[in-house]
Design a protein around this ligand. Structure first.
Ligand SMILES: Cc1cc2nc3c(=O)[nH]c(=O)nc-3n(C[C@H](O)[C@H](O)[C@H](O)COP(=O)(O)OP(=O)(O)OC[C@H]3O[C@@H](n4cnc5c(N)ncnc54)[C@H](O)[C@@H]3O)c2cc1C
Length: 402
């Protein structure tokens, strides 16, 4: 083996992209430290999908079987009217373009837990800490941690999500790169008193959607209140109370279905996750010895359903390029050249996701429901398959790095 240009890497963020990157770096004999601001790994959470090229990435990690064992296997998504009557119902793949029997639908925290378990003995994890400042040197980066430690690394990687700390430290304010899609969401758990089992229900109004889904009838229901809002509320800093007030205000006067119950549960929820539906678009993902991966570099938004898949594929490609290129600059350039077209195609899926999830008018909602009814009728009980987005999910063929 030739002498590697890179020996030490500091990664910010221990969710999906960070631990996946640590996995591949260890495989190539590169020492990774992962710093995470949360006190511990966060389990549970909403289910996410892994599809297309990302399935190849997890197969190459040898983790496919473990992830499939945690597969949620949602059977249906139903669209209800104000009385809770289901007016259209389909299998989820008809909407997402997923492949039944092959894709993985897994709770975000379960995915993070599997990735963490596969890397905890080979990477150095620092929970409850973050990077306070970075100083680029000719041959590396000096990192000062919030805890006060200082250390030098060959490379620093931002895998710290939509509101990336590393992006702010190195590239400047998030507003330069945020493409606000025009919506906000409040996600939280509530008791599953609806008997929902591996199914989702959605009640759509113009510019609003109230969604619940459950991975089984014993566990909690995951609730989402999504609403249109003219400017990203993150332009002002919102307190937890502000986030709850804004969400409640946007659903004020909506008495249909179980919306009042959902708003009440949101008010009391201990696990509220509020955010803007935004993408990140950057002209370049690296600067000297610092590079971004996953949502930090190119958040696609949940309306694309592809954020975690992009994070897994990006981690594979970035680690492979770092391990096999003679210098850092050519590794970062090759990573971006390969990933950027794939990312852009997947970011573009948001347009369709928006039309389905949050139509603007009653007419558009009726047209969507009629289209889904027609698709379900034509399928006559069989699984409906949508091919168009599948090509996008699988548009990148992974290179072999070793
Ligand atoms: C409701 C919802 C549904 C979704 N559905 C899907 C789906 O079906 N399919 C899909 O593929 N994707 C989906 N996504 C998107 C997916 O969750 C993200 O795209 C994915 O988690 C990105 O992974 P990441 O590791 O890049 O970033 P993140 O998961 O955002 O992780 C960032 C990590 O960095 C940490 N961090 C942040 N700041 C700091 C700091 N200063 N110092 C140290 N650590 C820090 C955070 O605590 C976190 O652990 C969905 C997202 C939402 C919100």
């Amino acid at each position: 083996m030739t002498e590697r240009a890179v020996k030490t890497v500091l990664i910010s963020g221990a969710s999906i992209a960070g631990p996946a990157l640590a996995f591949w770096l260890a495989r190539y004999g590169i020492q990774a430290t992962v710093v995470e601001k949360a006190a511990s790994l966060r389990g549970g959470g909403y289910p996410i999908d892994i599809r297309g090229t990302a399935i190849d990435a997890v197969e190459r990690m040898g983790l496919y079987a473990q992830m499939r064992a945690a597969h949620v296997d949602s059977q249906s998504i139903g669209f209800v009217d104000e009385h809770g009557t289901v007016v259209a119902k389909l299998n989820p793949e008809a909407i997402t373009g997923g492949v039944r029997g092959k894709d993985i639908e897994i709770r975000r925290g379960d995915l993070a837990t599997i990735l963490y378990a596969a890397t905890k003995d080979t990477a150095n994890y620092r929970f409850n800490d973050s990077i306070a400042s970075l100083e680029q040197q000719a041959d590396g980066v000096n990192a000062t941690f919030a805890s006060g430690d200082t250390q030098t690394y060959d490379i620093v990687i931002g895998a710290d999500g939509l509101h990336s700390n590393i992006r702010s430290l190195i590239f400047g304010h998030e507003l330069q790169f945020e493409r606000y899609i025009g919506f906000c969401f409040a996600g939280f758990t509530m008791p599953n008193t609806f008997g929902l089992d591996r199914a989702a229900l959605a009640y759509t109004l113009p510019g609003k959607n109230a969604v619940i889904y459950a991975t089984n009838d014993n566990g909690p229901a995951y609730a989402f209140l999504v609403f249109k809002h003219p400017i990203s509320p993150f332009r002002k800093s919102l307190t937890d109370e502000d986030q709850r007030d804004l969400t409640a205000r946007m659903f004020e006067g909506v008495s249909g279905w179980i919306v009042p119950q959902m708003v009440e549960a949101m008010r009391k929820a201990e696990d509220l996750f509020f955010d803007a539906v935004s993408q990140i678009h950057m002209p370049v993902w690296s600067k000297e010895h610092v590079v971004l991966v996953g949502d930090a570099a190119h958040a696609t938004s949940f309306l694309s359903g592809q954020g975690s898949s992009m994070a897994l594929v990006g981690a594979y490609v970035l680690a492979g390029e770092i391990a096999t290129r003679p210098d850092i600059a050519s590794a970062f350039e090759a990573y971006e050249k390969l990933m950027r077209p794939f990312v852009e195609m997947n970011q573009a899926l948001v347009k369709e996701g928006k039309q389905i999830m949050i139509p603007d008018t009653h007419e558009e909602i009726d047209a969507r429901n009629a289209m889904f009814r027609k698709m379900a009728a034509e399928a006559r009980g069989k699984v409906v398959e949508k091919d168009s987005s599948r090509q996008v999910h699988s548009a990148l063929t992974l290179p072999d790095y070793c």
